[in-house]
Ligand binder design. Structure first.
Ligand code: COA
Ligand code: ZN
Length: 303
C-alpha cells in the first residue's frame, strides 16, 4: 500500500462566505454534489454562525437538510459557539469544526470575544459533540501570522495548544495559516513541535495561497507527518475577517502535487476540475490556483 492523504474540501465554507452576494442555495448544493461525485470524502459544508455576521451562511439549515443521512462522505460544519453546535446537531450533521485564533486581535474580530472566552466555549462545544457522538475538529487560526498584528510566535501557538489539549483528546487539530503568510520551513517546524508535544491525535493543515506558498507549505507539513489537508476548489476564498487574505490553496493544485508524487488522494482530477470551472464562473468569486489554467489534457494524469 502506498501513501495516502485526506483532502478536506472547504470551498463551501471558506469559499462561499467570501462571495459578497449570497449564492442561490441550489447552486451551492449542486457544487457540493459535484465535489462528492469527484471523490471528495470530507467536505466542510458551511457554518452555523450568526446570519448577521455572515449572511452567506443564512441557508445552512436548508443545505444540511438536503444532505441529511448521506452516506460515504464526511460532512462537517464550522461553529463558533454552542448555539452553532446545537444547530448543527439538530440539522443532523455528524462533525463539528470549532474555531478560535491564537491572536487576540483576530479572535475578537472574527468571533467577537476574547481567546479566554473562546477556549471556555470550546469546552461547552466539546460536551455537545460528546453527547451527540459527533466528531470534533479544532481549527486554530492565525498560527503563523495575524492580519492585524503580524507575525505570531510559535511559543504562543504552543501555549494555546497546551490550553486546549486536554479538552477533547480525540479532536483533530488543524493549524491554520489564515493569511497565507507562513513559509514552508516554518510550517514543518511548527507541526514537528506541535506533534512532538501534542502526541498521537489527528493533525491537519489549513493553508491559504496568498503568497504563493500554499502547496509548498502543505508538502512541508506532509514531511512533518501531517496527512489531512484543507483545500478549496478553484482556490475560491478570502476570509472576510482577515483583510488581504486570498483563498485556500486550490484543491486541484494539492491533488496534482500529491498524486504526481504517488500519494493517493482518492479524488478524480478531471471531475474536480469540472467543479472548479463551475466555481470559477460564479459571479463575484475571488479565485486562485494554477491547474485550472493549464491546457486541460496536460493537467490530467499522464498529461
Ligand atoms: N447561529 C445563529 N445565530 C447566532 C449564532 C449561531 N451560531 N450565534 C449567535 N447568534 C445570534 C444570536 O442569537 C443573536 O441574535 P439576536 O440579535 O437575534 O438576538 C446574535 O446572533 C448576536 O449574538 P451574540 O451571542 O451577541 O453574538 P455576537 O454578536 O457577539 O457575535 C458570533 C459572535 C460568534 C456569533 C459571530 O461573530 C459569528 O457568527 N461569527 C462567525 C465568524 C465566521 O464565520 N468567521 C469565518 C470562519 S473563521
Ligand atoms: Zn481559512
Amino acid at each position: 500500500m502506498g501513501e495516502r492523504v485526506e483532502i478536506v474540501e472547504v470551498a463551501p465554507r471558506d469559499g462561499f462566505q467570501s462571495i459578497a452576494e449570497p449564492l442561490p442555495t441550489e447552486e451551492k448544493i449542486a457544487i457540493v454534489e459535484g465535489l462528492i461525485a469527484a471523490g471528495c470524502r470530507r467536505i466542510e459544508l458551511g457554518s452555523f454562525v450568526s446570519p448577521g455576521a455572515v449572511p452567506q451562511m443564512a441557508d445552512m439549515d436548508a443545505i444540511a437538510a438536503r444532505f441529511r443521512g448521506r452516506q460515504g462522505v464526511r460532512l462537517a460544519a464550522l461553529v463558533p459557539n454552542v448555539k452553532g453546535a446545537e444547530r448543527a446537531r439538530a440539522a443532523g450533521l455528524r462533525e463539528l469544526v470549532y474555531v478560535f485564533s491564537v491572536s487576540e486581535a483576530h479572535n475578537r474580530n472574527n468571533v467577537r470575544r476574547s481567546v479566554d472566552e473562546s477556549i471556555a466555549d470550546f469546552r461547552a462545544v466539546a460536551r455537545v459533540a460528546q453527547d451527540a457522538r459527533m466528531a470534533l475538529r479544532l481549527d486554530v487560526s492565525t498560527c503563523f501570522d495575524c492580519p492585524f498584528t503580524g507575525a505570531v510566535a510559535a511559543d504562543d501557538v504552543m501555549a494555546a495548544l497546551g490550553r486546549v489539549r486536554e479538552i477533547a483528546e480525540d479532536a483533530e487539530i488543524a493549524l491554520c495559516d489564515t493569511t497565507g503568510r507562513a513559509n514552508p520551513m516554518q510550517v514543518r517546524a511548527l507541526f514537528a513541535r506541535a506533534m512532538a508535544e501534542g502526541g498521537a491525535r489527528g493533525w491537519a493543515f489549513h493553508g491559504h495561497d496568498t503568497f504563493g506558498m500554499g502547496v509548498a507549505n502543505a508538502l512541508f507539513a506532509f514531511e512533518a507527518g501531517v496527512r489531512v489537508f484543507d483545500g478549496s476548489a478553484a482556490g475560491l476564498g478570502g476570509c472576510p475577517f482577515a483583510p488581504g487574505a486570498t483563498g485556500n490553496t486550490a484543491t486541484e493544485d494539492l491533488v496534482f502535487a500529491f498524486e504526481e508524487a504517488g500519494i493517493a488522494t482518492g479524488i478524480d482530477r478531471a471531475a474536480l476540475l469540472a467543479v472548479a470551472d463551475r466555481i470559477a464562473r460564479l459571479p463575484g468569486a475571488c479565485l486562485g490556483g494554477h491547474l485550472r489554467t493549464v491546457p486541460r489534457a496536460r493537467a490530467l494524469p499522464g498529461g
